[in-house]
Design a protein around this ligand. Structure first.
Ligand SMILES: Cc1ncc(COP(=O)(O)O)c(C=O)c1O
Length: 367
């Protein structure tokens, strides 16, 4: 598959910007980037970061750590300011305004649509089947890819936010086949560590049109760092590098990302993942016993979606008790739905006690 033939021609033709750090070594006397010769900050911890200097556009140490973590080669990887930036870059590189389209399967993460709208790309929605555990309608998805004009990106999320379900390998392969020579398939795996499923990045050698998104924001407990990872065919990575800002990652963030993913952190992550799985199961069983919860879905991520009669009332009830839960009431197919993140044991106890009290007062009203 010729990736360049589906990218925006002006991005393919463009001569990329050469930043000072890209075009010369960062050793020696640095008089090529209009920086200050020294920082004003005295603290040795901060001084170590050379705050007066522009950071490396793709810091070698972090690229190497991420390649090791995700089992891919460095040329298959781009570090971004969160997956949000990866989504934005893909849309800007592959969708021509007013001509091309992305495909999403709602309900899903809201930023696919936002990125497409900002770029002037059409959004083709293939709604999930609410009556079937929010499974994707793969027949309808295949039809949309084959019949609609200008499809360039197909966003799939596994596990999906907010429904928590997985895409099976044979389902992914079906979409990859349908996209051959016309579009990229973007597998957003923001939550994959919370379940035993294997990453789709294993399939990258076989499918040049596959892109995988990973993030440090969820299972690495580092949302503040803003570090996302696009994993794809090196041709896709090179195209994204043409569009990404010259210095997207602050030195402070790179340092934090290294610290957040050490071997020690990986050990703590194992315990965290086990705790989330346990907390998710406990909360699921608790919700099944709540007579006022009309639906709840088994989730493979660090959250659970449930449906109640009056989502606004429940969200306000929790809010009055200092507990913030996410209201999806106004979204298509999600009337009455609220998403609950799996927090610490203490947080889950507080949540359950607020939910119990909510049910008790509803019961009181009914009597
Ligand atoms: C499915 C999905 N993808 C991507 C993101 C964005 O992640 P990041 O923090 O890396 O920008 C989120 C955030 O909630 C998400 O739910």
């Amino acid at each position: 598959m010729d990736i360049c033939s589906i990218a925006r021609p002006e991005i393919v033709a463009m001569k990329p910007y050469q930043s000072a750090r890209n075009s010369a070594s960062s050793d020696g006397i640095l008089l090529n980037a209009n920086e200050a010769p020294a920082t004003f900050v005295d603290d040795p911890d901060w001084k170590r970061l050379s705050l007066n200097r522009y950071p490396s556009p793709q810091p070698a140490q972090l690229v190497s750590r991420m390649a090791e973590l995700y089992g891919v080669s460095e040329s298959q990887l781009l570090l971004t300011r969160g997956s949000d930036e990866g989504i934005d870059l893909l849309t800007r590189v592959f969708c021509r305004a007013g001509q091309d389209a992305i495909v999403e399967c709602s309900p899903c993460f809201g930023m696919y649509r936002i990125a497409a709208t900002i770029q002037g790309a059409r959004v083709i929605d293939v709604p999930r089947q609410a009556e079937n555990g929010f499974q994707i309608d793969f027949d309808a998805l295949q039809r949309a890819i084959e019949e609609q004009q200008g499809v360039r990106l197909v966003f799939l999320t596994s596990p999906n936010n907010p429904t928590g379900d997985l895409i099976e390998p044979d389902q992914l392969e079906r979409v990859l086949r349908a996209c051959e020579d016309k579009a990229l398939v973007v597998m957003d795996e923001a939550y994959i560590e919370f379940c035993p499923a294997a990453s789709a990045s294993e399939l990258l050698e076989q499918w040049p049109q596959l892109v995988v998104l990973r993030t440090l924001s969820k299972a690495w407990a580092a949302a503040a760092v803003r570090c996302g990872i696009v994993i794809a065919n090196p041709v896709v990575i090179e195209l994204l590098k043409r569009v990404i800002a010259p210095y997207p990652l602050a030195s402070t963030a790179v340092d934090a990302a290294m610290q957040a993913t050490t071997e020690d952190a990986a050990g703590r992550q194992k315990r965290f993942l086990a705790a989330v799985r346990q907390g998710r199961q406990d909360l699921y069983e608790f919700l099944l016993k709540c007579y006022w919860v009309s639906d709840t879905w088994q989730s493979k991520a660090n959250f659970i979606l449930m449906r109640v009669t009056d989502a606004d009332e429940l969200v306000n009830w929790c809010g009055d008790r200092g507990i913030r839960v996410r209201n999806f009431n106004s979204q298509p197919q999600l009337a009455g739905c609220v998403r609950l993140t799996i927090g610490s044991t203490v947080e889950m106890t507080a949540l359950k006690s607020a939910l119990q009290a909510y049910g008790d007062q509803l019961n009181g009203e009914r009597v």
